[in-house]
Each structure stands twice: as structure tokens, then as C-alpha cells.
Design a protein around this ligand. Structure first.
Ligand code: GLU
Length: 427
């Protein structure tokens, strides 16, 4: 007699889901390009991975061992580049996916970098500043053999900030005996950071949203917008859209959401978040969940939180005309055909959020040349660079009759493949 096994589906972490999404997107681009098997094998996996476990003394005197990662997906076009994420869901697969997306992002927008990502599995919201500084300094020490201005340049990401970067600069500089600001980007301006870097991802998202709106004949002034995520990227994007005259009717953060169909006062919500830890409950607003926000009657839905937010399960509820992917990987591949059938104009993540890494490149270049550009110079150069990439993308999608997501990956994979072919095999 056979025992009937109750099938328990394997529990997939969000990192594992992100990695399969990244690989699925790569495979689609490789198929479209009929990429030769050798190149496919090279580009489908990360080049180099580091996992470290390290102790940190917490404020109560106890010792906790943390796990951290740095993954360099590809360096064919230049040094590895990408952020460091401090989040409870950060794991090796998450970092692998994010590193691969960095390779494609840098190639798509034409910055001379490869792709990397790193992070620590931790919950920064439950740690004191002293604990975060100790964790960062020890993690920087563990990373030191792996990173450098010519090899791999970290930057802020979810759960990290300019302050995190300052601690990394200081730690590595203490070890070397001289200041080495070019080891990271996204630093505070006082120690070699660039003007415009703090808002760069939001600013770049705004430029690509303006471009997309122009293409579908949508006037940004008065356009109904909702923003999922109110951190480094979501706050800047919401504020810049508000300043541009859009009507931001809903915002969610990690602890809740706020909506007002007449339009939210975005600067006021930022102050509310600083004081209360969430936008939820702000006077003059009603509470809203992520799923309710996704289903609002909108012109523009900005996804500025984490990966895998729109899936086949909720894509059918989205009523926006434009989805702007200010986060990395917010739309799962199983949702793409549904959004396409609904006629939604998707601004893919590796374009929409590339303003951050473009201005990181400007910061790195300014550090090397020991010069400082003005905010106008930074924004104008970034606007030019991101809109040129947008133009390439829309042209390629039209010419090949493919989706905007596929076009983005096709252009990027093609450029990395070309670099790899030219460099040839060593030895
Ligand atoms: N973490 C950001 C991203 O995902 C910025 C990376 C960088 O500036 O290196 O694009």
C-alpha cells in the first residue's frame, strides 16, 4: 500500500524567486539574440562570490554572528559596481540576482562598469547606530580584499545610506594609512561624495517617467500617481513627481500606507515618517495596503520597494497606464504578459532606476580627476545619458517587435557579450 504524501511545496525564499526571475529574463534575451552556448554559460552565472560570517558585539554586551555577501556577476566592461543591502531577506540568491541586474543596468545606460551586489542579513531597524557602525566596519574589513576603486565599488542600497559609505571609507582608509574615498560611491559630499547622488535614483526615475508620459500623450501635471516604498528611492521619486505637478494619491512604506484621492502633501508625509516611523495615520489621509495601492485607478504606478511585488496573482488588478520600476526586480516575469495584455507601458527597472548608478559613475570619475561638478552639470549629464538609453530601448522594442523588458535585456546582454567576445578567453 502506498502512503499518500501530502505534497508540501518547497518553501522558496524571496532571494530564490529573484534569482529565478533574473535567470529567466537573461534566458529570454539570450534566446532572442541566439547567443552562442559558451557566452550563455559565462553570463548566466556570477563570476565571483564571497560569503563571510563575522561577529559583532551588540550594545548589551552579547556577540552576534552575522552573514554577509559580495557577488561580482561580470567585469567584462569595467570594474564591478553595485550597492550593499542590509535587510532580513538578503541572502546569497538575492545578491546574485541583484548583481546580475547591475551588469545589465550598467551596460544598458553605458557606464563603464560590470555588475556586483552585496549585503548583510540583518534588520537595521532593530539595531542602534553604534551596532550598525560596528557591523559596517567589520563587514568592510571582511570585504577589503575584494573591493577597490579599480576592482569593485560598493554604494548604498536598501537599508544603507551615505553614513554607511562614510564608515566604509574610514575603515579602509585607516587600514591603508591614507584616504581612499573612491572605494565607494554615494558618500556624504563632505568626504568626496557628489552633489545630486542622494536624489539620483529618484531624479532618473522622474526623467524616464516624463519620457514615458510623453510617449503615451499623458500630461504629468495632475496625473494620478501612487508610490510603493518611501525609502531612499520612493521618497525622492514621490517628492520630485509632486514638485512636477503630479497628484500623488497614495504612498506605502514598510509599516503602512496613506491615501487621499485629492492628493497627498508629500513633504508633510516625509516629516510624518521621520516622527512616527510610517506615513500611515497622517492627518487628512486614510490607511491603504500595498494590494489596495496596486489596484487604484492610476496614471502612474511607481514601484520603489523590493523585488517580486507584482506577480501573476495581482497583475490583473493593476489599472495604471505606466508602471515605473524604480526598485530592482519589482515585477515577476509571470506578470509581464498580463501587464502587456492590459496595454500598460512598463519602464523596466534597469532603465528606470539607473540614475543612481549613473551618478555613482560621475562621483567615481570626479574622485579620480579630483574635481567637482555642479548640480546642474550632474543632472543634465544624467538626463542626457538615461534618455539616450531610453531612446535605444524604445527603438529596439519597436524594431524587433518585443516587449520593453525584453528589449532592455537584449541591448544589455548584447553589449556585455560583445565585450566578452572582444576580450577573448584567457589564457
Ligand atoms: N544600489 C543602487 C542600484 O541598485 C546603486 C548602485 C550603485 O550606485 O553602484 O542601482
Amino acid at each position: 500500500m502506498h502512503a499518500t504524501a501530502t505534497a508540501t511545496p518547497p518553501v522558496q525564499t524571496s532571494g530564490a524567486r529573484a534569482l529565478s526571475a533574473a535567470i529567466e529574463q537573461f534566458d529570454a534575451a539570450a534566446d532572442h539574440l541566439s547567443l552562442e552556448p559558451g557566452l550563455r554559460a559565462i553570463l548566466r552565472v556570477p563570476k565571483r562570490e564571497l560569503t563571510v560570517r563575522f561577529p559583532v558585539r551588540l550594545d548589551d554586551g552579547s556577540v552576534q554572528v552575522f552573514q554577509g555577501y559580495r557577488v561580482q556577476h561580470n567585469v567584462a566592461r569595467g570594474p564591478a559596481k553595485g550597492g550593499l543591502r542590509f535587510h532580513p531577506d538578503t541572502d546569497i540568491n538575492d545578491v546574485r540576482a541583484l548583481a546580475m541586474w547591475m551588469t545589465w543596468k550598467c551596460a544598458l545606460v553605458g557606464v563603464p562598469f560590470g555588475g556586483a551586489k552585496g549585503g548583510v542579513t540583518c534588520d537595521p531597524s532593530s539595531m542602534s547606530v553604534t551596532e550598525l557602525e560596528a557591523l559596517t566596519r567589520r563587514f568592510a574589513t571582511e570585504l577589503e580584499p575584494f573591493i577597490g576603486p579599480d576592482s569593485d565599488i560598493p554604494a548604498p542600497d536598501v537599508g544603507t545610506s551615505a553614513q554607511t559609505m562614510a564608515w566604509i571609507v574610514d575603515t579602509v582608509s585607516m587600514h591603508r594609512g591614507y584616504s581612499i574615498p573612491g572605494i565607494v560611491t554615494g558618500k556624504p559630499i563632505a568626504i568626496g561624495g557628489s552633489v545630486g547622488r542622494a536624489d539620483a535614483t529618484g531624479q532618473g526615475a522622474l526623467y524616464t517617467i516624463e519620457d514615458a508620459a510623453g510617449r503615451i500623450g499623458l500630461d504629468l501635471r495632475g496625473a494620478r500617481v501612487a508610490v510603493q516604498g518611501f525609502g531612499n528611492v520612493g521618497e525622492a521619486t514621490a517628492r520630485l513627481l509632486y514638485d512636477a505637478g503630479a497628484r500623488v494619491i497614495a504612498i506605502t512604506d514598510v509599516n503602512g500606507g496613506a491615501t487621499n484621492p485629492e492628493g497627498l502633501d508629500v513633504p508633510f508625509l516625509r516629516r510624518h515618517l521621520e516622527e512616527h516611523g510610517t506615513v500611515a495615520g497622517a492627518p487628512g489621509t486614510s490607511r491603504i495596503s500595498n494590494d489596495e495601492l496596486f489596484a487604484l485607478d492610476l496614471d502612474i504606478l511607481v514601484l520603489a520597494a523590493l523585488e517580486g511585488q507584482i506577480t501573476a496573482a495581482n497583475a490583473g488588478t493593476v489599472r495604471a497606464r505606466i508602471i515605473a520600476e524604480a526598485a530592482n526586480g519589482p515585477v515577476n516575469p509571470d506578470a509581464d504578459p498580463i501587464l502587456h495584455d492590459r496595454g500598460i507601458f512598463v519602464v523596466p527597472d534597469i532603465l528606470c532606476n539607473a540614475g543612481g548608478v549613473i551618478v555613482s559613475y560621475f562621483e567615481w570619475a570626479q574622485n579620480r580627476a579630483a574635481i567637482a561638478w555642479t548640480l546642474d552639470e550632474i543632472n543634465e549629464r544624467m538626463r542626457h545619458q538615461i534618455l539616450r538609453a531610453a531612446g535605444d530601448l524604445w527603438d529596439r522594442a519597436a524594431a524587433d517587435g518585443i516587449s520593453q523588458r525584453l528589449a532592455a535585456h537584449v541591448i544589455a546582454v548584447e553589449r556585455v557579450a560583445e565585450a566578452t567576445r572582444l576580450r577573448g578567453l584567457y589564457p
